[in-house]
Design a protein around this ligand. Structure first.
Ligand code: FAD
Ligand code: MLT
Ligand code: ZN
Length: 481
């Protein structure tokens, strides 16, 4: 076994000079996440350019007993892509593996390397008259590898599913350095256990994903978008029912935002304005899409809104009249995450409950949070069509950041206990990473966790593939994201 100190020179043999960073100043951007919420130290950052180089890196690290932390765009919200503070781990960035290996419009598939940025996949698909429907606020920076490793969701799940649903095949370097080539573009393949699903959502703890075959769809050629003001979450749930009944699977987006969320964006994002004159407690952004260029979506959406007004479900609404207004409305939605950063620490909670439980869940959770910290600013928004709310919290206006951080664990417990009381999940789409790896032990069945530990042991008996992520430590405590 080689010493940790030898690892950088061994890695140089594996990837060459261009693929290795050891200067602390140059490593900086790989050692802090997008929000500056997590940071770590590393023996080296290694940037292989091919799958074979990834395999050589993993073998080198295994032989030296050094842990590997796979990293994509570093936009994850749970600290999964960060090394620990020891300075002994190696960050394996996929940022040189950015090739679209092939696109097959007839088979409706695209084969991409893990470091390809999500937006580049969307653009490659569009160039062939197709759609790759995964859509996240971070799509200009996050990568396919990170999307797969976190089983990313976003705003298109309602219609097209999450990353797991959009994946047909994978290529993975296992913790022993062997390459599994499962890059098949088949829609039917019942030849035993479906191994790709073990790596999707594993957050880099079972292997390094190097490439994937993803599903494409016909391009959407007409859209209609509305911003709807509502009195309550119950009204939002009622509105989903109305839109579904009238528009069927043309419903492609249904995002909820509390007034607090909108206020933060209006305060901190240039070029956005309140689409309506009066202030309302809740809003949803509704989007319809169709593959036909002239599908009459405007009329359908108007009809749905008319019914919503008649039934006192909607209080006011504006239907976007052109692409600039559509972009402005989506800017209000997509800007929430960033805007909240200007208001002190964002305590993020990414939960799901059944859609039918949302109204009671919000009422119970808000009450408990206000009791815990009077004046707390509750930034509730998200993919309500999937039952997924981002229950983000900001300190009471004018109060101290550290006082708020001090109660973060208590507040996370309030949100998670409430989620659990509705049979929900404490991580809908962001994963567990390091922020929720411990607290999950209190909300997931012990036998399920035992099975997960068994899989980890089988794939990674030395525990060198992204250690300290996903699986609970024995002495774990609760944290917000
Ligand atoms: P990273 O942050 O680099 O890594 C995330 C995890 O994946 C880590 O555990 C890492 O070790 C692992 N990993 C990365 N690459 C590989 C690989 N090749 N092989 C194995 N493991 C790997 N997420 C959503 O689901 N829905 C949203 O709507 C959404 N909106 C967001 C909006 C903003 C503004 C931001 C900043 C983030 C948002 N996210 C959202 C979270 C984040 O963008 C996603 O989790 C994304 O999928 C992470 O991709 P990444 O390339 O940045 O991965
Ligand atoms: C989003 O949907 O905007 C993100 O998943 C949530 C977040 O950034 O907190
Ligand atoms: Zn989200």
């Amino acid at each position: 076994m080689s010493a940790v100190a030898d690892v950088p020179s061994l890695l140089r043999d594996a990837v060459g000079e261009a693929g290795l960073i050891t200067d602390p100043a140059d490593m900086g951007r790989y050692l802090t996440d997008w929000r500056n919420a997590y940071s770590g130290r590393a023996a080296a950052v290694v940037r292989p350019g091919t799958t074979e180089e990834v395999a050589a890196v993993v073998r080198t690290c295994r032989d030296a007993g050094v842990a590997v932390v796979p990293q994509g765009g570093n936009t994850g919200l749970c600290g999964g892509s960060m090394p620990d503070d020891s300075g002994r781990q190696v960050v394996l960035s996929l940022d040189r593996m950015r090739r679209v290996r092939g696109i097959d419009p007839v088979n409706q598939t695209v084969t991409v390397e893990a470091g390809v940025v999500l937006q580049a996949v969307q653009e490659a698909a569009a160039a062939e008259g197709c759609l790759f429907p995964l859509s996240l606020g971070s799509e200009g920076s996050c990568t396919v590898g990170g999307n797969l490793a976190t089983n990313a969701g976003g705003t298109g799940v309602l219609r097209y599913g999450n990353m797991r649903d959009l994946t047909l095949g994978l290529e993975v370097v296992l913790p022993d350095g062997r390459i599994w080539n499962g890059l098949r573009g088949l829609r039917k393949d019942n030849t035993g256990y479906d191994l790709k699903h073990l790596f999707i959502g594993a957050e880099g703890t079972l292997g390094v994903i190097t490439a994937a075959v993803l599903k494409l769809f016909p391009a959407v050629r007409s859209r209609a978008t509305a911003w709807v003001a509502l009195p309550s979450p119950q009204a939002a749930v009622d509105l989903i029912g109305i839109v579904r009944a009238l528009c069927g699977d043309r419903l492609t987006g249904f995002e909820i935002m509390s007034r607090q969320s909108v206020d933060f964006v209006l305060a901190h994002r240039a070029g956005v304005r309140d689409p309506l004159d009066a202030v309302h407690p809740w809003y949803v952004l509704v989007e319809l899409g169709d593959t036909l260029p002239d599908a009459g979506l405007g009329g359908l959406l108007e009809a749905a809104l008319e019914e919503a007004f008649e039934r006192d479900v909607a209080a006011d609404a504006v239907v976007a009249s052109g692409s600039a207004q559509v972009a402005e409305l989506w800017g209000l939605r997509e800007g929430i995450s960033e805007a909240q950063n200007f208001e002190g620490p964002s305590l993020k909670h990414d939960v799901t409950v059944p859609v039918s439980s949302i109204p009671a869940f919000v009422e119970q959770t808000d009450r408990a949070l206000q009791k815990a910290v009077p004046g707390i600013r509750i930034v509730t928004y998200g993919h309500i069509g999937d039952g997924n709310l981002h229950y983000n919290l900001s300190k009471p206006a004018g109060s101290d950041d550290d006082d708020f951080r001090a109660v973060a664990e208590e507040l996370a417990r309030v949100v998670y206990d409430s989620t659990s009381s509705f049979d929900g999940s404490i991580s809908a789409e962001h994963g567990l990473g390091q922020s929720k790896r411990d607290v999950i032990a209190d909300y997931k069945d012990a036998y399920e966790l035992e099975l997960m530990r068994g899989l980890k042991q089988l794939f990674d008996p030395d525990g060198l593939m992204n250690p300290g992520k996903v699986l609970p430590r024995e002495d774990g405590v609760a944290r917000a994201e």
